[in-house]
Design a protein around this ligand. Structure first.
Ligand code: AHR
Length: 332
């Protein structure tokens, strides 16, 4: 009985350690607001960004396996990092009259026209992982995501402590225009405001990939070796770029983890392996296992139950001191 009166927000909170930010009814969230149709099988379109990182692969797996577990007919579309492909996929989902859409938007801007089409077709859109910039937030039902500013802050505070308030940092940014790239940069810079002797001497995009992370770090190191400022630490907006940067540091004849400190975000297993090997110093977790929460939200909105406008996934920070003991329990 008690179970029955739990709100959906509370259910989501239980699964992922989510914090509901603001409540809106399904009606005001731009959904049909009606009862779920009598069809036995729900059809859901999922527009994924691509497969740029270990994190992204884990998120895709979580959504696919949760759909299978619940008997949902999932239409999956990989946008290969292109917003235009995501917009096309959403258009196709709308034409196919899916019951709901799950969208992981590559960038924040440019979604209004297609979201208006989804709203007009009364198809609820659940945002996972990244948010969008829209003037009317009834264009989507709910957002389930981490607090990327807080993640950047955690990374910055940890690094400031490790550097004893002094040093030169290079930053590898995520995809330009993407919520985690914007917010992780902001959070990190905010943390460093209290440490005027820590300078971000270079900052460039590595597009969330290992290959680009390596390439950008190589260029940073070349600049330093050619008489530029010494690099004390690298901050990467995700683990994959950090792993690429570690390769570049070692190929330059330096010791990653001591000559150059490396801190990043995601908490994927290879990052824990790099911490155990002493090459990565710290990672801030960003939980990609969003499948259960995403389909709880889909089921709730189709049943006309209210949903919070945003559910924040709680993340933790791990450094080398705990890596060995934690690595065995990592799920992704
Ligand atoms: O939006 C989440 C970010 O996107 C993850 O940190 C990164 O690995 C991914 O590509």
């Amino acid at each position: 009985m008690r179970k029955k009166i739990l709100t959906v927000a509370a259910v989501l909170a239980g699964v992922l350690g989510l914090t509901a930010v603001r409540c809106d009814s399904a009606e005001s969230a731009g959904t049909s607001g009606g009862k779920r149709s009598d069809r036995k099988t729900i059809t859901v379109g999922f527009s994924q960004i691509g497969a740029e990182s270990g994190w992204r692969t884990a998120e895709t797996k979580s959504i696919r396996s949760e759909a299978a577990r619940r008997g949902v007919n999932l239409k999956f579309s990989d946008a290969q990092q292109k917003q235009e492909n995501q917009i096309k996929a959403l258009g196709a989902f709308i034409a196919q009259k899916v019951d709901a859409i799950i969208l992981a938007p590559v960038v924040e801007a440019g979604w209004e026209p297609i979201l208006k089409q989804a709203k007009a077709a009364k198809i609820p859109v659940i945002l996972v992982d990244r948010g969008v910039n829209v003037s009317d937030d009834s264009l989507y039902t709910t957002l389930i995501a981490s607090d990327f500013v807080a993640e950047g802050k955690m990374a910055g505070e940890w690094l400031a402590g490790k550097l004893n308030g002094q040093g030169n940092v290079v930053e590898l940014q995520g995809t330009p225009g993407a919520a985690p790239a914007i917010d992780r940069k902001k959070g990190f810079a905010e943390a460093l405001e209290k440490h005027p002797n820590i300078k971000i001497i270079k900052s460039q995009t590595g597009e969330f990939t290992r290959a680009k992370g390596k390439e950008v770090m190589e260029a940073f190191l070349k600049g330093a070796q050619g008489g530029g400022t010494k690099i004390d630490a690298a901050y990467a907006h995700n683990d994959d770029m950090a792993l690429g940067a570690i390769q570049a540091i070692e190929e330059a004849g330096l010791k990653s983890g001591s000559d150059v400190l490396v801190v990043s975000i995601d908490g994927i297993k290879p990052a824990f392996e790099a911490m155990v090997a002493g090459k990565l110093n710290c990672t801030v977790e960003c939980n990609p296992l969003l499948g259960p929460a995403a389909f709880d939200a889909v089921e709730a909105v189709l049943a006309g139950r209210p949903l919070p406008k945003k559910s924040v996934v709680r993340d933790r920070i791990f450094d080398q001191s705990v890596a060995k003991e934690v690595i065995g329990s990592r799920e992704y």
